[in-house]
Design a protein around this ligand. Structure first.
Ligand SMILES: Cc1ncc(COP(=O)(O)O)c(C=O)c1O
Length: 461
């Protein structure tokens, strides 16, 4: 590219290449249905396939062709209507454009001086999230990269607020709590053995009685219980821990109530989800993941804290003399998470909500819940299937009657390799089960039927 300025593109060339990228993306998104949801692994592909860094310029069209032809197709397509694995990422295309706009301007959302516009937008969307989750108007938050960083951020704030002796600090989770909680616990310097992983009840929920029993033992042993983590939609089954009862327990015992709503939180936007998530509004800290069930491209998570100013007390960036020309704004987001320089994750959430409207999001979430119920009904109707965990917040777990773990793994592996649909597996009560997570608003009943037919074929029947 013959640019007049170093490391720049002429406006006409920027436009041409930009259009080429958008054209390719439009084609990709329109053609998703014809692609396998997970590309087969290519044993030949590794970093050695990336050409060495050139000293001089090279052809941008060739580089884009390499990117779109060789790099981007290798992996899973979380957007695909038949990608049902783990938690899909059914992103909407408007948010893609918002990410582009943010990168194009290179917005700075770390300080008010650096980005009053995007900081105000972030405050606004955080307040929308807060309201949808039923937290009080005084609650505050910050957008982060996802559920893992959100969990780390929330537990750092919780420990700032409540922990005296880190070595004695103790918390309670269930066997189905996401592994991000255990990682955050370790990284924050707590004793791994003091994270009590309690056996779930038969509906895969954290048992209040189990927390109470462990709490009594730990207090007797001189430990300092300080936190209970409730999950609003666990990753394996979609089951919601008894949030209201856990909130009562935490209030009574003076414990911090953290809720992991990374997966299921947005379901509160629907009538049925609101009922299922009763108690989420009593969280002291809450994590949401808009890159899951709010249809955003990676990476966007959100942390909400009931106690005002606690994020600042935990993350305030003190003493940087080079920052003295900024500050005194309405909010300094650099003081609410470990990041100083940060782009704007609010842009995409705002643009998609602004243009599609909240009702479209509500309907899309309700569609996902109904699809899993449809899948469960089909499995029951067709026979030969054992529904191990009924459809709950858009996840259904099942197994071919009479099959063992190995056969279940083989069935799911063969189905994914076939290229029509991508279910995944998990383990419930020591048994491997197949699962479908049906949160893509573009998934149809025909997609569900076709997937179950493939599973039956690869189950060997
Ligand atoms: C319930 C739950 N919590 C936390 C996470 C971690 O979120 P992330 O992958 O965005 O870091 C996930 C991811 O699937 C999840 O399902």
């Amino acid at each position: 590219v013959a640019a007049e300025e170093p490391l720049n593109l002429r406006p006409d060339e920027f436009r041409r290449l930009g259009h080429a990228v958008v054209d390719r993306l439009a084609e990709h998104l329109a053609g998703l249905d014809g692609l396998p949801p997970v590309a087969p692994l290519d044993p030949e592909w590794s970093a050695a396939a990336i050409p060495p860094c050139p000293d001089g310029p090279s052809d941008p069209d060739a580089a884009l062709a390499f990117l779109f032809g060789e790099v981007l197709p290798r992996g899973q397509l979380g957007n695909h209507p038949r990608f049902f694995s783990r938690i899909p990422g059914p992103a909407n295309p408007l948010s893609v454009l918002a990410d582009l706009a943010g990168a194009g301007v290179n917005v700075f959302a770390g300080s008010w001086t650096g980005g009053a516009g995007v900081s105000a937008l972030e405050l606004a969307v955080l307040d929308w999230l807060r309201g949808w989750m039923g937290l009080p108007g005084s609650a505050e938050g910050v957008l982060v990269s996802g559920g893992s960083e959100g969990t780390l951020t929330a537990l750092a704030a919780a420990s700032q607020a409540r922990v005296d002796d880190r070595r004695a600090a103790t918390a309670y989770i269930s066997e189905h709590t996401h592994a991000a909680v255990g990682r955050a616990w370790r990284v924050l310097g707590f004793e791994p053995a003091h994270l009590r992983v309690l056996r779930a009840d038969p509906a895969h929920r954290l048992s209040v009685a189990a927390v109470e029993a462990a709490l009594a033992l730990d207090r007797e042993a001189g430990l300092e219980p300080f936190c209970v983590v409730g999950t609003a939609g666990n990753t394996s089954t979609g089951a919601v821990d008894p949030l209201a009862d856990l909130a009562v327990l935490c209030a009574r015992e003076g414990l911090w109530f953290h809720v992991d709503g990374a997966y299921g939180g947005p379901a509160r936007l629907t009538e049925r989800g609101r009922e299922a998530l009763t108690g989420i509004e009593r969280a002291d800290s809450l994590v949401l993941d808009p890159h899951k069930w709010l249809f955003q491209p990676y990476e966007i998570g959100a942390v909400l804290l009931r106690e005002p100013r606690l994020l600042e007390r935990t993350f305030s960036l003190e003493g940087g003399v080079y920052l003295r020309d900024t500050g005194d704004g309405v909010v300094e987001f650099r003081d609410r998470s470990p990041l100083l320089t940060r782009g704007s994750r609010a842009l995409k959430l705002w643009l998609s909500l602004q243009v599609f409207g909240l009702d479209a999001f509500r309907a899309a979430i309700a569609h996902g819940i109904a699809l899993a119920e449809h899948a469960e009904a089909l499995l029951r109707e067709r026979g030969g299937w054992e529904v191990v965990s009924p459809a709950t917040l858009a996840i259904v777990c099942f197994r071919r009657a009479g099959h063992d773990d190995e056969q279940t793994d083989a069935m799911v592996r063969a189905t994914v390799a076939d290229g029509y649909a991508a279910p995944s597996t998990t383990v419930l009560g020591d048994r491997t089960v197949a699962r479908l997570c049906t949160i893509n608003p573009r998934t149809t009943h025909a997609d569900i039927l076709g997937t179950i037919e493939r599973l039956e074929r690869f189950a060997g029947c």
